[in-house]
Structure formats: structure tokens, C-alpha cells
Design a protein around this ligand. Sequence first.
Ligand code: ADP
Ligand code: ASP
Ligand code: MG
Length: 438
Amino acid sequence: MSVKVLKFGGSSLADAEHFRKVAAIVKSEPERRYVVASAPGKRNADDEKVTDMLYKCYDLTRNDEDIDNVFICIKRRYEKIIKDLGLDLSLDKEFERIKMAILHHAGRDYIASRGEYLNAIVLANYLGFDFIDAEKGIFFCDDGSFDAEKTNRVLTDLLEKHEYAVIPGFYGSMPNGTIKTFTRGGSDFTGSVVARAARADLYENWTDVSGFLMADPRYVNDPKAIETITYKELRELSYMGATVLHEDAIFPVRVAGIPINIKNTNRPADRGTMIVKNAELSADDGLITGIAGKKGFSTIVLEKDMMNSELGFGKRVLEVLMNNGVSFEHLPSGIDTMSIIVSTDDIKDKKLAIAEEITRAVHPDYISIDDGIALIAVVGRNMVNGVGTAYRVFKAAADAGVNIKMIDQGSSELNIIIGVEEKDYQATLQGIYSEFVK
Ligand code: ADP
Ligand code: ASP
Ligand code: MG
């Protein structure tokens, strides 16, 4: 029998009504055997994610403040789901233990991880599946990086012992047994890891949209869903802010060649998006696959006559950034100019020092550091064949009255990245979308 691994996001497990939809989906096919659960997400726009409430508890205890108000809200969320589903399950003991741990200053990651831990217990109970704690099958190395090979070995053996199981997303354990989480949105990564270990035929990632859309629906009105996208394109888009899928989630399944299907829990009949290794190009595929963007960047602009012929110029500039723990995103350069795009968060509090060190290192004629830049990536495997894509991106921005501050085309011709002022972000996204999607 083929095996499918399913991951349900926070919005898909936010209340009893969604748990019912999830159960109907899981039970509709016997090969849907392993389910990865997120913590309960928002039930409406004003609601709070359980994960955020848990981080709040951690912050409160650090300041020796009372956690009772927040803690009781978390407990009630689970109790309401359990009651509405009519389950014979009590989490009282779990909550006692977790509260004790929080009051005894348990680690931030341990506290945050309890959101998925508890939700997976509830879901396993509701589905009649086994519960497998992620701490027993997902591992990190001493330096905090993910231990892919140990995880794959141990988790494969563990899954073989359970025909049907629910596994909490988002966390695993360190060699010393403490709990560590992935970065935010990390349950997508857990799903991918479980799919690889289960040697799954398909990794279904269930969320609240009918697939990966061509642009962020919060900025572009009613964007089309992407039918098929390659791992590479997806990586570009998710790195650049299309947050549907965690940016690292493709790695484990890519090794094993397992496709991902992004599906909508609220509209299970919709096809969603297939994420595959290679996609055939077809005549009716558009020139671009999708657009994504992120705010919060700064540019370091350097000018110096004859910069291009000065040996080691770039190396010395980048060394300054490296010594300050700053990595760069893009480095478009001309004959006498160089601009380096970095994350504003990475350089805040260090701007003056960085400017001084660069000045000492390469004596530029001019240096400036400006914040408030948004980056927008236009991504498409078909772009390599199309003539004039960059021109159309420029034209769309110009028609929207937007001044482009930077442009960078990836050497694989899979993407074009432009930098604009943050105030122009939405107008640029909309303009590019309308230019390419008629
Ligand atoms: P989950 O809780 O299921 O993990 P997320 O909130 O992490 O879901 O991701 C889904 C959300 O991502 C959508 O509701 C949407 O607001 C946002 N999003 C951003 N960019 C895109 C895009 N290109 N396509 C679809 N959704 C997008
Ligand atoms: N619950 C975690 C978060 O909010 C992980 C996830 O949802 O994937 O980031
Ligand atoms: Mg998510």
C-alpha cells in the first residue's frame, strides 16, 4: 500500500469544527497513515495562536510576572476542542506538569513546543491513531543543527512500529535530551522529515488556501493558484516571503524525490499545488510561476572610481560584514559602484561601526546605508526561454509609478529580484501580477 504523510497547519486545527474536517480527510483514504499536527492557530483575525501565547508565558516568567491569565486561556482552548468533540480525554496532568516546568524556568523552546505536543495528543485520540512524541524521533546535533541522518534512521524504525500515528510538528530533542524547536512555521519541516522517514509516496501539506498562489493574497486580490511548481522555484518564493511552506521544508523530501501537495482543509476537492522535482514546460504555462516579497532590508551603497580594477575590494567589504556577523542577500555591482543588500535587523545597532570599518578597509569616495527597502522576487522556470521578462518587470513598476532601487537576476535565470521602497511594496506586487497574469 502506498503511504501518504499529512501535515495540518494551525488554522486547520484551530477548533473542533476544523478537527472534524481533518478527520474526514484523513479517514477518506487508508494510505493517509501519518499525520503531523501544528498547535491550534487563529480562529479569526483577532484571535491568538497558542504558540504565541506560550512564548508570552515564557516572557512573563522571565520577568517574574504571573502567567495565570495567559496559561488559563491556553488550557481553555484545548478543553473546548476536547469538549466540543465529545472526547473522553483529560489533559489536566499534562497541564500541571507544563505549568510546573514553566514556573521552574523551563527553556523557551520546550514551552513553545507544548502547543503541538498537546494538539497531537488530542488529534491522535480523536482519530484513534497512536501518538508518537517528536522528541523520540526528531534529533538535533550539539551545535543546534538538524541531525538529518540520525533522525531518518531512528524515525524510520519508529514509524514501522505504528501503522497509523500522529506526530507533533515543530520540535525534536537535543543530544542531552532537552527540547529544541525549528524556526517559526517549522511543522512543515517536520512533515517533510516524516515523509522521508516513512518513504512516503506523497507529502500532503494541508492549510487554509487552495495551494501555493501566484502572489500573497494579503497584497494581491484573488491571485491564481499555481498548479505545478518545482522545488527550486518554491525555495525561491518561500525564501522571499511566500510563507505558505517553511523555506527549508523541501530539503528532506527532495532527497527522497517525494512530491508535496499543498491542499486546502476547507476545500479538500480543490487540486491544490503539486511541488515536484522537474516540471514539463507546456505552452499554456505562463512566463512566470509566482511573485513573492519581503520588507525589512537595507542597502549599503559604495562608490569609488576604478573600483572594478581594485583587487580584493569586494573581499575586504564582505570581510567587514562577516566580522560583524552580517550575511548579505544580494550584491549588485557596477564598474564604480557596489550595493549590498542586508537585513535591517542584522545591522541595526551596528550601522556606524560597519560604515567606519568599511571606510577604513577600502576608502570609498561615497558610502551610505539606507533602510526601508522591500525585495520582490519574480520567479519562473519558463523565464529562461522568454525574451524581455526583465523589461516587463521594469515596465510594470514604472506604470505603477514605482522607482526601482536595485535589480538582480539570478544566474540560473530562474528569478529576477528587484528592490523598491517599502511604501511601494503592494503597488509593485500588484503591478507585476497584472502585467504577467491576464
Ligand atoms: P498553516 O497554519 O497552515 O501553516 P500558514 O499561515 O503558515 O498556514 O500559511 C498559509 C498562509 O500563507 C495563507 O493563509 C496566506 O495568507 C499566506 N501566503 C503568503 N503568500 C502566499 C502564497 N503565495 N500563496 C498562498 N498563501 C500565501
Ligand atoms: N506552531 C508553530 C508556529 O506557530 C509551528 C507551526 O505552526 O508550523 O510557528
Ligand atoms: Mg505554516
